[in-house]
Ligand binder design. Sequence first.
Ligand SMILES: [Cu+2]
Length: 457
Amino acid sequence: MSFSRRKVLAGLAGVGALGVAGGGFRFWLGRPAQTLEHDYQLIAAPVDVELLPGHITPAWGYGGQVPGLELRGRQGDWLRVRFTNQLPDETTIHWHGIRLPLEMDGVPFVSQLPVRPGESFDYRFQLPDAGSFWYHPHSASGEQLGRGLVGPIIVEEREPTGFEHDHVLSLKSWHVDASGAFTPFSVPREAARGGTPGVLSTVNGVHAPTLELPAGQIVRLRLLNLDNTVTYRLNLAGAEARIYALDGNPIEPRPFGKGYWLGPGMRIELGLRVPAAGTELALRNGPLRLATLRAVAATGVVASSWPARLPANPIAEPDLAAAETLRFNFEWVGAVSADLSPDAMPSFWQINGQAWDMADKSCAERPIARLKLGKSYIFELRNLSQYQHPIHLHGMTFKVLDSNRQRIIPYFTDTYLLGKNETARVAVVADNPGIWMFHCHVVDHMETGLMGAIEVA
Ligand SMILES: [Cu+2]
């Protein structure tokens, strides 16, 4: 199978989807102010998919597919998405990792009102950083992400990078049984531990696919963890691969080595030298095969040398000497209370003694930290639990400085996988005014308390 979608989005080819219920397609929202805009119509709607052969799963998709329609833009350009909700429930879209104004951040009752069934909302923002990002609801997240409302958003560099081949691999494990029916997205006893994992792994919506890559070429693989729960222990035994970017930000290329732990919401970009035609590589999560990468005879030029480091994104460098340190404790506090109403999510997790309550719309009015606009801060992140938490901040990109558990080469990211009992320090310039969510991206940890708001003013 071919898994490059660039052709579809390269021009008006996508218009073929017009008229298909739940379809997504490119179109113009009237006359653009400038031509450097990328316009999409994006519809969220139920879509039946065949994840297990011969069985229908009643998924929810963006643009009639799971994972959702791949959105592409170019660094510095604007992205305009007319979003229409054809789901039975209200929803929003959050653009994970993209630094944008609060009104576009997609958090219900903080950024915007929820988009109700039948309504539309226009998202419009500039793309300051090149890299691999993703989008998903920030509303009833366990169910909505669990049913398939996740999609990649790729921001291309303004100048050629030296990579001729670019492949997006969206990873998602599904909460389905043997008949393709959904199982619970969150079970209290799992939410109180590592989170409720899906059981059927997929890459680009297909279980254990074989993906063809051009033999002898160096390709850019964008691996996106769009999962509710699972941290993938990615490995590519026998491959000659280098890490080029983490979570949408370039690093000095280094060998992929034995592998990388990619938590929910995180992304890694690899350069891979595809071996000789006929050779197969296994992309695995620990011992489990996620996909087979098969080298096929390529026409055209023989592989070049490794591309240079990707250009840095324009992220403000924190002033560590002047930075104030703030401490955040991530803690398990739970016990399932007996008088819990059937609709309420239990509370198992806290940040600095406060649990977020998904049912309480006023939580964002009580931020766990208040930052002064323009100042630098160091966050000391302390995991007081036995479980990993991919800690994600909206609105700003932070720099990971150090950890008491692993050697860190400082890098910019939007999500840091905080290991059990780990303390890590990250630094950020509070350069984006607003109320920003700060949460664990294990969705059922987030929904059972592990979220807070950070105010920048
Ligand atoms: Cu967590």
